[in-house]
Design a protein around this ligand. Structure first.
Ligand code: CAA
Length: 283
């Protein structure tokens, strides 16, 4: 299974990061989104990241140009017909992901591997939208993608060993560390991370401490690079709520109940950094 041409679907924070690391590793990459302006926003973010590397003398201006030349803008899913691997990083919505995978199943050659960057949705259910469930797999990158070493590789019920191996090998070419996990709600990363963040929000909700104090305890006391409330703002509070709901529903256990304060913030449109306000203000 030789992978040379990749499509990344979704040019947001995650998708553009994934496209960047793939292009840096030498793959030809289509960065696809619904509208040209979304793709251009993704390109602008990649350009900014690479420019920072040039300024820090970690890469030359020529290397940057070479990387950019491997990236192609796409607003047509038909471009996936040219690819060996598609990594979907669209919104966390089962219906949307299932529709995309059903279309990709029609468009792509039969050997093309279809991966999803979902942070908690069942790979097995996404795979069921295709006639090639053995070629569907989870590739869960962490934010910020260019910096974080981990890729959680999730086997769906039907994922073949051959496909798993190809994706593990490909992940290593991105200079990332693949870790194999099975398909359960939240996988490993979010099953452990999100209840911690949710608990931090409960701690604030119940008035145990101020937000800065909660973050400081976890930063200085546990050596976390960011406190949990800062991290929640970084990830996006809508994403945090969605993952908690997936855990709550998936396990049917109240220990995963999303904190009412998290729901309130999401309803207010305070989604964290991306909207300029979450637990903290970013204006
Ligand atoms: N994009 C690209 N590069 C970035 C970046 C970004 N958004 N933010 C920081 N960087 C780079 C910087 O350029 C710098 O690079 P160099 O070492 O080459 O100079 C490096 O990262 C360190 O940055 P800083 O010195 O500015 O800041 P820092 O040391 O505080 O690190 C951080 C920033 C890496 C984000 C760090 O705070 C951190 O690790 N935070 C926790 C991140 C985390 O937990 N991510 C997982 C979220 S969960 C998830 O993604 C999964 C999910 O499903 C929800």
């Amino acid at each position: 299974m030789s992978i040379q041409n990749v499509m990344v679907i979704g040019a947001g924070q995650m998708g553009s990061g994934i496209a960047q690391v793939c292009a840096m590793a030498g793959y030809k990459v289509y960065l696809n989104d619904l509208k040209e302006e979304f793709v251009q926003k993704g390109f602008a973010s990649i350009n900014k990241n690479l420019q920072r590397q040039v300024e820090k003398e970690k890469m030359t201006a020529e290397q940057k140009q070479e990387i950019l030349s491997r990236l192609t803008a796409s607003t047509d899913l038909q471009d996936a017909a040219q690819t060996d691997l598609v990594i979907e990083a669209a919104v966390e919505n089962m219906k949307i992901k299932s529709d995309i995978f059903a279309k990709l199943d029609e468009i792509t050659p039969e050997q093309t591997i279809l991966a999803t960057n979902t942070s908690s949705l069942p790979i097995t259910e996404i795979a069921a939208a295709t006639k090639r469930p053995e070629k569907v797999i989870g590739m869960h990158f962490m934010n910020p993608v260019p910096v974080m070493k981990l890729v959680e590789i999730i086997r769906g019920l039907a994922t073949s060993d051959e496909v798993y191996q190809a994706i593990e090998d490909m992940t290593k070419t991105l200079k990332k560390v693949p870790v194999e996990v099975n398909d359960f709600p939240g996988f490993v990363s979010n099953r452990i991370l999100m209840p911690m963040i949710n608990e931090a929000i409960y701690t604030l909700y119940e008035g145990v401490a101020e937000k800065e104090a909660i973050d400081e305890v976890m930063k200085l006391g546990m050596n976390h690079p960011m406190g949990p409330l800062t991290l929640a703002d970084f990830i996006g509070l809508d994403t945090c709520l969605y993952i908690m709901e997936t855990l709550h529903e998936g396990f049917g256990d109240d220990k995963y109940r999303p904190c009412p304060l998290l729901r309130k913030y999401v309803k207010a449109g305070w989604l964290g950094r991306k909207t300029g306000r979450g637990f903290y203000s970013y204006e």
